[in-house]
Design a protein around this ligand. Structure first.
Ligand code: UDP
Ligand code: MG
Length: 350
């Protein structure tokens, strides 16, 4: 890792001019997006000035069906400055769909794409290291957070538990990697070949292989607004993650079923033996406990199998993973303001 960083200065000259697209999913982010966009722009311009990236690089916002003024602000940003571009969904499709749409759209224009959250909790200064790894030949660079100090007790515990379960289920997921990552054009082309509706990019991308590296970064507090990851969204992501990456829960059910059946056979033999020896079989409590246990286990197992059947149902229907309602993109360098522009309504930033 440190070796790769040391090589960067020389190699950055080789790949000088690679076009970087920063893909930013946004859901009801009106409180942070103006500040964040300025910080992103400053960083991108520093990278252009240092010759790290091409002046054709851009910041692409993906409005994930926000109900507030997020899209209007994105619209105004794009109108004011070539460096910004944006696409807007017809409704809220979720974080995973938003970053996928951004990456697949940016793929047409970019040599590499980095996905980052709109609240900039992820340290944007880590971009230098991402680009250095890319220049060293990595097709994928994973951002991994140094710690979870900014998370509350509940989020920290559930996240740690989730990664533990994923590892037990045999999924190749990097702990504490949260969709802050770089993908090269080659990796994006490979990602575009995957048509699955049940999306869990943190699990899917590592299965593609390619030369990759890890960059560690600090996580800051959210500057304004609330987390858009509600408990329901977190649970959905966790279930999507498990069902899209592993069929081990079904194997575990089979294993439990086998041992329960084995135990039942032993109990049947014991009861028959007891009956022939003329003893009374103690009845009510045991029967009730066993039927409740079996009923619970059966419904729980059906539920797990049902989750997989539900996912197959969604995959079979193969509905679009998202619908893009508007797209704003302007030709030219980030410092070129002369190009024509057209789209629906705009808004003043004041
Ligand atoms: N996000 C999104 N769609 C959603 C929920 C979240 O595009 O349905 C975006 C959100 O705007 C942000 C990123 O995903 O850019 C991460 O969300 P957030 O910062 O709220 O999550 P947290 O950091 O609390 O895990
Ligand atoms: Mg956040």
């Amino acid at each position: 890792m440190s070796e790769s960083i040391n090589c960067i200065e020389e190699n950055s000259n080789i790949d000088r001019g690679s076009i970087l697209y920063l893909v930013v999913p946004c859901y009801n982010e009106e409180e942070v997006i103006i500040t964040s966009s300025q910080k992103m722009k400053d960083k991108m311009q520093r990278l252009v000035n240092n010759g790290f990236i091409s002046p054709k690089s851009k910041i692409m916002f993906v409005n994930d069906g926000s109900k507030d003024n997020t899209w209007k602000i994105i619209h105004a940003l794009c109108k004011a400055d070539n460096i910004f571009s944006g696409l807007s969904f017809s409704r809220n499709y979720g974080h995973q769909s938003a970053i996928l749409a951004g990456m697949l759209t940016a793929r047409q224009y970019a040599d590499m794409v980095v996905t980052i959250d709109a609240d900039l909790q992820q340290d944007i200064e880590a971009l230098d290291e991402f680009i250095k790894c890319y220049n060293d030949g990595c097709e994928i660079v994973y951002g991994v957070r140094n710690d979870r100090d900014t998370d509350g007790f509940f989020k920290k515990t559930t996240a740690t538990l989730f990664y533990k379960i994923m590892h037990i289920l045999g999924c190749n997921v990097l702990s504490n990697h949260a969709d802050y990552r770089l993908l090269s054009k080659k990796a994006l082309d490979a990602l575009a070949e995957h048509n699955e509706v049940n999306l869990f990019l943190r699990g899917l991308i590592p299965t593609m292989g390619f030369q990759s590296d890890v960059v560690y970064f600090d996580v800051k507090e959210r500057e304004a607004g609330k987390s858009k990851y509600t408990l329901k969204k977190m649970m959905t992501l966790a279930v999507d993650g498990i069902t899209s990456m592993s069929t081990r829960p079904i194997q575990i059910i089979t294993l439990i079923g086998f041992f329960v059946s084995l135990f039942s056979v032993i109990m049947i033999i014991y009861c028959i033996w007891d009956w022939f020896s003329g003893h009374n079989v103690p009845g009510y409590t045991t029967t009730l406990v066993v039927s409740l246990l079996m009923g619970g286990l059966t419904i729980f197992s059906l539920g797990i199998v049902g989750e997989y059947v539900g996912k197959i149902y969604l995959e079979a229907k193969a509905r679009p993973r998202y619908i893009v309602e508007s797209f704003i993109w302007k030709e030219g360098d980030t410092l070129d303001f002369s190009n024509s522009y057209s789209d629906k309504e705009g808004v003043d930033l004041q």
